[in-house]
Design a protein around this ligand. Structure first.
Ligand code: 26Q
Length: 813
């Protein structure tokens, strides 16, 4: 012990010296004279000195040992801030905290100086970020590949109750974690003409001419494993003007004009993240972004592979490429292009390699989210890629006709090109050896419904990989007091092996443990209440029930049902003297896609109700409503640990998995939800007594859709509570919300808000009753934490590694 303390003391002195020296190098000033942002940047610089040695070591080990590498392609990586999670993973939080304290700096004050890297919309992007954290922490050689957007997801401001979008200039003060690798740039080609031309010897050769070249420059971000020396890489591609196109002197006016257009084109490619979530917009620039990062990524993999001196015939044994939703599906055709056009492979050999290399994850069954590109847009932009897709499809359909003679429906359903469009999901399925959904119910719906023709044709390809979240960010880093309590109760083995959280099951009736859990929950609720108040919001009673719904605003997620229910409670509190609820605060947070009218109206309604309820002294002790502005990863770190109730109320069958549900559960909230996505598995893990499940089941929903027998109007007429709140949308109680009333009534309530309204109310009543019994509630809360280990993304990634990628950990000494 004394020795250890001595070592730490020495380490601390050394670290302090590093801060002082680094301040001199970076700023030419004394550490004590730096601005808070400079202090932050200095800390990062010192952390990078800790990381860089292992980064080099990791890459050298991978190169030398030639282990199979995983490349996770995703158009989104919703990273959030990295300093705190890197310190957690390095195991140096305490040391840094103490050294800085002696230099007069509070480390916790430095964290918010970091820009929140919002390079994603929601669940899919955050999943990718959790996955690279888990790959590094499991010692797997797995890397991310994506786009370095100059502007991430917009910042949300609420002005007079409405969402206003502010550009997210996250690179404005620089991003300290990235390393520009100019020497690793590659060229990506767009436009031009591609065709086969007969050679003198009679053979055919490819010609691609008059194309435009964009330079793709990688920026690498180190991804630090949890106390294991592994440092992997997230590679973000930036579009830049090609060097060869910079000779002004000899240009004509037309050439100068062309050059200007070229420059604008290039600069637009990596400028913006598209702010649409779970819906598809057929915008040409989006397709350009997709091909840009995929081509750059696949080219750089092949180049690195050849540099390591390996044989391309072995490619699929050494490389796994994962396609996160269909957005990077064009990787299938790009790898074919590189193998056939540039490396001289025969088609059949290249095809075998490609299929064995690629795997695809589907994240949605919503038909409006399935990517399809009109040929008229696709072919001129990517002429050679289009030729390759045509050829893939021709051979694929030939095989379909052989294996399913006289089944033209099968041919139609499986065709990659249909009705003048390229179907990206079909390309991904045909070009991969594995197709997975993200929760058990979702994978079943894919097999039996959405993709049933593909499932019949390729039964062995389909599998499930239930999502997970990194317990390092969402528990260890976001809730240090809860982490300490768990450590004291069951030891700290769970930090490396989160399934060991189940040891807590032996303590869920332990009074001392529950009291501590109660205290910690209260601390987190105070943190959230303070955050809201400091950011211009109302004062909240930390002893009220914190009931929270945070996620993108979307009709299928049914924030409308939640707010209508609050309107109902408010009405009862005002008109019925005997009506009582325990003091409750209902929180909402989430962004709406800028062009999604109903979602924006929902935000406006939530804020209108909040304003009325919160300013009514008569109900204030009992009910408050809070809309949390600009919800994202960093605010989530404050929100999830503070919840008592986790609202997971999507229309059954519509939410592929959900991952917020897991973050809440791991921090001890009880789920109030439908049997949708991973809620199904959460309810199984904790037992029905420790969550509250309500509403239509997926089969019932799908059956209503099939028969068209649901009538929203009947619900309105027969359910007085429904009639009341829907009428209030237009009678001036909260302002004019005809939009939402028409959506529910004229639009026939596509997502069964009215049908599930009363079951939802009963679920709340049950929760309230449970909350009155402190002991029972805390026990349920503890059971949720104890059974959250399987929802660590470490479990998910281990399944991907074993079943899909066939990779093993690599120990970095
Ligand atoms: C596609 C084309 C053009 C523009 C935008 C898009 C686009 C962008 C983002 C389409 C979909 C998304 C995001 C989808 C998403 O986040 N899906 C969620 O994925 C999570 C992780 O698997 C699941 O937990 C959620 O249930 C699912 O909704």
């Amino acid at each position: 012990m004394a020795n250890k303390r001595n070592e730490l003391g020495l380490a601390k002195e050394g670290l302090k010296q590093k801060f002082l020296a680094t301040a001199h190098i970076l700023w030419g000033r004394d550490f004590a004279d730096l601005t808070s942002h400079e202090v932050y940047a200095t800390i990062v610089s010192v952390v990078k000195q800790y990381i860089s040695e292992n980064w080099v070591k990791t890459n050298k080990a991978y190169m030398k040992r030639r282990d199979k590498q995983i490349y996770y392609f995703s158009v989104e990586f919703l990273l959030g801030r990295l300093l705190r999670s890197n310190l957690v993973n390095l195991g140096e939080m305490e040391l840094f905290h103490d050294a800085l304290e002696e230099l007069g700096i509070d480390l916790n004050q430095s964290f918010p100086e970091e820009p929140d890297a919002g390079l994603g919309n929601g669940g899919l992007g955050r999943l990718a970020a959790c996955f690279i954290d888990s790959m590094a922490s499991l010692g797997l050689p797995g890397h991310g590949c994506s786009i370095r957007y100059q502007y991430g997801l917009f910042e949300q401001k609420i002005i007079k109750g409405n969402q206003v979008e502010i550009p997210d200039n996250w690179l404005g003060n620089g991003f300290e974690w990235e390393y520009r690798k100019a020497d690793k740039a590659v060229n990506v080609k767009f436009n031009g003409n591609a065709y086969m031309k007969e050679q003198e010897d009679g053979s055919l050769a490819l010609v691609h001419e008059d194309y435009m070249t964009v330079m793709a420059v990688p920026y690498d971000v180190p991804i630090v494993g949890f106390r294991n020396n592994t440092v992997n890489t997230l590679r973000l591609w930036n579009a830049e003007v090609n060097r060869d196109f910079s000779d002004y002197g000899t240009m004509t006016r037309e050439q100068l004009q062309a050059k200007k257009e070229y420059r604008n084109f290039v600069e637009s490619i990596t400028e913006y993240l598209y702010p649409d979530d779970s819906s598809y917009e057929g915008r040409r620039l989006r397709l350009i972004q997709e091909y840009f990062f995929v081509s750059a990524g696949v080219q750089s993999i092949v180049r690195h592979y050849l540099l390591a001196g390996m044989d391309l015939k072995e490619f699929a044994k050494k490389v796994a490429i994962h396609i996160n939703d269909t957005h990077p599906a064009v990787a299938v055709a790009e790898l074919m292009r590189l193998l056939v056009d540039e490396q001289g492979f025969e088609w059949d050999d290249a095809w075998k390699i490609t299929r064995e290399t690629m795997a695809y994850t589907n994240h949605t069954i919503m038909p409006e989210a399935l990517e399809k590109w009109p040929i008229d847009m696709f072919r001129p932009l990517l002429p050679r890629i289009y030729m390759i897709i045509e050829e893939i499809n021709r051979r694929h359909l030939e095989e379909v006709r052989k294996r399913r003679p006289n089944d033209e429906q099968m041919v139609r359903e499986l065709s990659i090109i249909e009705d003048g469009q390229v179907h990206m999901a079909r390309l991904a399925i045909v070009g991969s050896h594995s197709v997975n959904g993200v929760a058990a119910i979702h994978s079943d719906i894919l097999k039996n419904d959405t993709l049933k023709f593909f499932h019949r044709y390729y039964p062995g390809k389909f599998n499930n990989k239930t999502n997970g979240i990194t317990h390092r960010r969402w528990l260890i880093s976001a809730n240090p007091e809860l982490t300490s309590l768990i450590d004291e109760t069951i030891g700290d083995g769970w930090q490396k092996a989160p399934e060991q959280l189940s040891k807590l099951n032996d303590h869920v009736a332990d009074k001392g443990f529950l009291q501590e859990l109660d205290k910690i929950k209260r601390l987190r609720k105070i943190d959230l209440a303070d955050y809201i108040h400091e950011h211009g919001g109302v004062r909240i009673d930390p002893d009220s029930i914190f009931d929270i719904q945070v996620k993108r605003i979307h009709s299928y997620k049914r924030q409308i049902m939640n707010i209508l229910h609050i309107m109902y409670l408010y009405h009862e509190l005002k008109t019925n003297k005997r009506f009582r609820i325990p003091p409750t605060t209902r929180f909402f947070g989430g962004k709406a896609a800028p062009g999604y009218y109903i979602a924006k109206e929902t935000i406006r309604l939530i804020n209108a109700v909040a304003e009325k309820v919160n300013s009514d002294k008569a109900v204030n002790e009992m009910l408050k409503v809070v809309f949390i502005e600009n919800f994202g990863v960093s605010i989530g770190e404050i929100v999830y640990p503070a919840a008592d109730i986790s609202e997971q109320i999507s229309t059954a069958s519509k939410e592929a998995s959900g991952t917020g549900n897991m973050k809440f559960m791991m921090n001890g909230a009880l789920t109030l939800g439908t049997l949708d996505g991973a809620n199904v598995e959460i309810s199984q893990a904790v037992g029905r007594e420790n969550c509250e499940i309500f509403g239509l089941r997926a089969e019932e929903v799908l059956n209503y859709y099939a028969t068209g027998s649901y009538k929203a109007w009947d619900e309105f007429n027969t359910n007085p509570a429904v009639r009341l709140v829907v009428s209030q949308l237009v009678d001036g109680t909260y302002g004019d919300f005809h939009s939402l009333r028409d959506y529910l009534i004229q639009g026939n309530d596509e997502f069964f808000v009215l049908k599930d309204f009363s079951p939802y109310d009963r679920a709340h009543k049950n929760m309230n009753q449970k909350y009155e019994n402190r002991k029972a509630w805390l026990t349920s809360s503890a059971i949720n934490i104890a059974n959250s280990g399987v929802f660590s993304s470490d479990r998910t990634i281990r399944e991907y590694a074993d079943d899909i990628w066939h990779v093993k950990p690599v120990i970095i000494a």
